[in-house]
Ligand binder design. Structure first.
Ligand code: NOJ
Ligand code: NOJ
Length: 622
């Protein structure tokens, strides 16, 4: 009961019809009434909590104490009223009030979007909407407005049309940050879109289409950025490596899926929905390539020269959790065999490198950090990564309980063997002893990640970015907003609360006959084709060629030219950069369906380097 009182203070995520069954099944008894969320917008953190003991016997004890502090800490870092955020514009999230070593008094697009996702989830799902709730609504509207303004701020990554949306951080008065930095970071627009679409969907469900439509221009700018740039490299979420990155691709994929659905719901042109879903298919296909089948983990970055074992992948799994997708490995759902194997390898990589982790047995929880090779601030455990491990495990337990079984494959076997040494691959129904043994072991394991963070949380409950690997003292930025958000989402997962589905259910990977991603283009450049050709009414000029963009020589997938300067026909398309390919012009007659190919030889051209453009003027081969 005490716990339920506590949870009432937390952001309570509601239940959509699609997951109602699941959520009802998995929640612990929720019969108790829910309490109103306290309005803590100007609360001061270091209040009466400091007398409380710092050692916790259970995750539950810690969560009870920490949940309201995390909520207050999160809200204190949002302008204009947050007690730690003076000078921040309305709806602007500061990363931390720390102004030196490190100076985090900036607003990162990533941190802000993740923080507002927890607020939107809370607001859109809490049972009662009374006046204290309207403060959250105001905050969300402030956030949406501030982000629409930030999109327009010209910055070192570009302007609104030339890549400025990929800028990672801004000053808290919403001016551009001009210093050198790892830019662009392409997860920002994707995460922002996920947060804004969650809000827009709620508005649509609550007869407020007109308000949802006001969000669309901001959402569309981000979606177009993601659709046009997801296959380009950029800095990872830790702002260090410029390459492709699992977290970035996974969140981009989710954004595009949700964008395709919203575009339709808001009656946008079909071509937009198509563009977003085509690019979502491509991103999903590319996402598979991060899986390292030999070593059974997700290689988080394609560059950087590290092992690739990284919280990047664990965070991606929990932030793209869709309870309706079950344990699907295509989208690396938390309970998928791939994500569980990856989780074990990730956790184990920190056992030997932090002094505070010494002496723990293999199946015991330990503090985790960003990645084992990390040297930032000497390379320490982070609160948000250790919470993420617990969250992935709780999410998994929720899904298994809802589906009434769990499956062990060869890929996930080592993960499960931690909890039952001689367990074998197979399906375990929830009424079997093995299921009981495994899930209670996994729940205890998850709880221990919570209590580890609890052990290293100071008396006043504040959460910095990191704690020292040698003695567990908090270090780096104090009161990190993202740390608080990560505590809240982990605590909700502890209580079996699952998020709304976003469209991950039943997705297929679209590959061509060679098993390659269909139209997964890699670096692209533009090319303009021009040809002079007299035709008769009903005839059109097309190009068929040796690359996917030109239909792989299949006239049914050839690309039509535009006769706007007749008798000159032209078209501009994106093709793989610095690539030589051949093609031919063909004439298709609309009336007779007949096709006329020009004579040999094929035309051949080499496209420009990435991002550049070229023009070819051809003559028809008679
Ligand atoms: C600051 C970044 O925020 C952090 O992620 C990174 O590790 C350090 N710079 C070092 O590059
Ligand atoms: C450094 C982290 O690496 C990065 O992910 C984060 O956005 C910033 N700090 C701000 O919290």
């Amino acid at each position: 009961m005490v716990f339920l009182n506590l949870i009432s203070l937390l952001f309570i995520v509601g239940v959509s019809p699609a997951v109602g069954q699941l959520t009802n099944d998995v929640r612990h008894s929720n019969a108790c009434k829910r309490f109103k969320l306290q309005s803590t917008m100007s609360s001061d953190l270091a209040t009466s909590h400091s007398q409380l003991p710092i050692l916790f016997n259970s995750a539950n004890d810690y969560i009870q104490r920490e949940a309201p502090i995390a909520q207050a800490g999160l809200l204190a870092n949002i302008g204009p009223k947050g007690s730690q955020a003076s000078g921040a514009a309305p709806g602007i999230v500061i990363a931390s009030p720390s102004t030196s070593n490190p100076n985090y008094l900036y607003s990162w697009t990533r941190d802000a979007a993740l923080v507002f996702k927890t607020i939107v989830d809370h607001y859109t799902s809490s049972a009662s909407k009374d006046s204290s709730e309207s403060e959250f609504r105001t905050l969300i509207d402030d956030y949406a407005y501030a982000q629409s303004q930030l999109q327009e701020v010209e910055n070192p990554s570009g302007n609104i049309a030339t890549g400025g949306l990929g800028e990672p951080k801004f000053n808290i008065d919403m001016t551009a940050f001009q210093g050198s930095w790892g830019r662009p970071q392409r997860d920002g627009p994707a995460l922002r879109v996920i947060t804004l679409i969650t809000y827009a969907n709620w508005l649509l469900d609550h007869s407020n289409a007109s308000h949802a439509k006001t969000l669309w221009p901001t959402i569309q700018l981000d979606l177009d950025y993601v659709a046009d740039n997801w296959n380009k490299t950029g800095f990872d979420l830790w702002e260090e490596i410029s390459s492709s990155s699992f977290w970035t691709t996974a969140t981009q994929h989710r954004a595009l899926r949700q964008g395709a659905t919203l575009a339709k719901d808001l009656d946008q042109e079909d071509s937009l929905t198509q563009k977003y879903s085509t690019q979502a298919d491509n991103a999903l296909c590319f996402l598979q390539s991060y899986w390292n089948a030999d070593a059974s983990y997700i290689t988080s970055n394609t560059g950087g020269g590290r092992s690739g074992i990284d919280a990047n992948s664990v965070l991606a799994s929990i932030h793209t959790f869709d309870p309706s997708a079950g344990c699907d490995a295509t989208t690396f759902q938390p309970c998928s065999d791939k994500a569980l194997s990856n989780l074990k390898i990730y956790v184990d990589s920190f056992r030997g490198i932090y002094a505070i982790n010494k002496g723990f047995a293999q199946r015991e929880a330990v503090a985790t950090g960003r990645y084992p090779e990390d040297v930032y601030m000497e390379g320490n455990p982070w609160y948000l990564t250790t919470f993420a491990v617990a969250e992935q495990l709780y999410d998994s337990l929720s899904v298994w309980d809802a589906q009434g079984s769990l499956q062990i494959t060869l890929i996930s076997l080592p993960f499960f063997q931690q909890f039952s040494a001689d367990v074998q691959t197979g399906d375990y129904k929830s009424d079997t002893e093995a299921y009981e043994e495994l899930t209670s072991g996994i729940r205890a394991f998850a709880d221990d990640f919570i209590t580890i963070n609890g052990r290293y949380t100071p008396d006043n409950g504040s959460l910095a970015e990191q704690y020292k690997k040698d003695n567990g003292e908090p270090t780096s930025a104090r009161d990190l907003t993202w740390s608080y958000a990560s505590a809240i989402t982990a605590f909700l997962a502890y209580d079996g609360v699952v998020p709304l589905p976003w469209g991950a259910q039943g997705l297929q990977i679209r590959t061509n006959s060679d098993g390659h991603c269909m139209a997964n283009p890699g670096p692209m450049s533009e090319i303009v084709f021009k040809i002079e050709k007299n035709t008769v009414f009903g005839e059109n000029v097309y190009i068929a060629g040796s690359i996917g963009q030109l239909g792989n020589w299949d006239p049914a997938h050839a690309v039509k030219l535009d006769p706007k300067d007749y008798p000159y026909w032209s078209m501009q398309i994106e093709v793989p950069a610095s690539t030589t390919f051949s093609y031919k012009y063909i004439i298709q007659d609309e009336n007779s369906d007949s096709i006329t190919w020009e004579n040999d030889p094929n035309h051949e051209v080499t496209s420009s380097p990435e991002g550049q453009s070229s023009t070819v003027s051809d003559t028809w081969h008679n």
